[in-house]
Design a protein around this ligand. Structure first.
Ligand code: GLV
Ligand code: GLV
Length: 327
């Protein structure tokens, strides 16, 4: 008999078909995110699970799933999965890196341009029939070209964002756990490594691209926002929780920074409603990697990993090699 897998969201039909050639597939066909209780129930007797960042697979889910051998997350980020608990239980965990780098970098620019040049804010005004109130100083924004772009977290997506800044004649500064090799800095529009404090002080536009972990929790809070220029734009395409949302709301309200572009929030999808009352923020619902080809590539990548993991092969994007020993 084929191994059993559970797919937490109805992904592309051709990807489900690929999985069905290898596995006995059960899939959540509803458009509802599974509650933790439902997920626990579904995971109880499967060999593998295909997840998205909407599902939290914690120690409890792992402990309740004795057959489970693989958790394949359709995302580059995997903070929704308790990696330590999975490793101890001998469960392989995989993500989908690289296939989304360029698409996600594109979207960082979409949000940066939207926030700094007030694109979504002015569209709301237009739709509300306010155009007759237009003045020469309606929706004055900040320039992108010639400005200093700051990047916090300089992995592959950060570097793809930096490369795109060449066309805007920008200076790039970055902070990261470790400094890039000189040839990578050169390719990233001659990005200059600076301290986190210098990054916050000097950036005209700051993009957050670091993974979420206990170490990056509230990496941007009230103290960090205070260091930023009052004219600065903050963009978060990484994860909710990296920014202290309450502190950001206070800063946007008080004009301590000019604008923000946010694709991710604390407690998604139930984010802080105070954002909705602010005009100087462009808001999107966690779609930075959502181009048609890239979401297909991510789904197929997660499927490749699941197929490899449950056939005893090395999954291409294994996050916890130690699990193979534990298992
Ligand atoms: C999306 O947020 C991802 O981590 O891929
Ligand atoms: C703007 O519409 C201009 O003509 O300058």
């Amino acid at each position: 008999t084929k191994p059993k897998v559970f797919v937490t969201r109805a992904v592309f039909p051709d990807v489900l078909e690929r999985l069905s050639a290898h596995f006995d597939v059960e899939c959540n066909q509803s458009d509802q995110i599974f509650s933790p209780g439902e997920l626990l129930e579904k995971m109880r007797d499967v060999d593998g699970v295909f997840t998205t960042p909407s599902e939290r697979v914690g120690a409890q889910e792992i402990a309740a799933s004795p057959r489970l051998k693989a958790i394949c997350n359709m995302a580059v980020g995997y903070n929704n999965i308790d990696l330590d608990a999975a490793t101890k239980a001998g469960i392989l965990v995989t993500n989908t890196p690289d296939v989304l780098n360029e698409t996600t970098a594109d979207f960082a620019w979409a949000l940066l341009l939207a926030a700094a040049r007030r694109v979504t804010e002015s569209e709301h005004w237009l739709r509300a029939g306010e155009w007759k109130k237009w003045r020469f100083d309606t929706f004055l924004g900040a320039d992108i070209h010639g400005a200093t772009l700051g990047i916090l977290g300089m992995g592959r997506i950060g570097q793809a964002i930096a490369r795109r800044s060449m066309g805007f004649d920008m200076q790039v500064i970055y902070h990261n756990r470790s400094r890039l090799a000189p040839e990578l800095e050169a390719r990233a529009n001659n990005a200059r490594y600076v301290s986190k404090e210098a990054l916050l002080r000097e950036a005209d536009h700051l993009v957050l691209v670091l993974p979420y972990s206990a170490a990056s929790h509230h990496a941007i809070g009230a103290a960090e926002l205070d260091l930023m220029k009052p004219t600065a734009t903050l963009v978060n395409i990484a994860r909710g929780g990296i920014v202290d949302d309450a502190a950001l709301i206070a800063a946007l309200k008080a004009g301590r920074i000019a604008a923000a572009g946010l694709d991710v929030f604390e407690n998604e999808p139930a984010f802080n409603p105070d954002f909705l009352a602010l005009s100087n923020v462009a808001l999107t619902p966690h779609i930075a990697s959502a181009s048609e080809p890239t979401r297909r590539a991510m789904a197929n990548c997660a499927a490749d990993n699941l197929i490899a993991a449950l056939s005893g092969a090395m999954p291409p994007n294994l996050l916890n090699p130690a699990a193979r020993v534990a298992g």
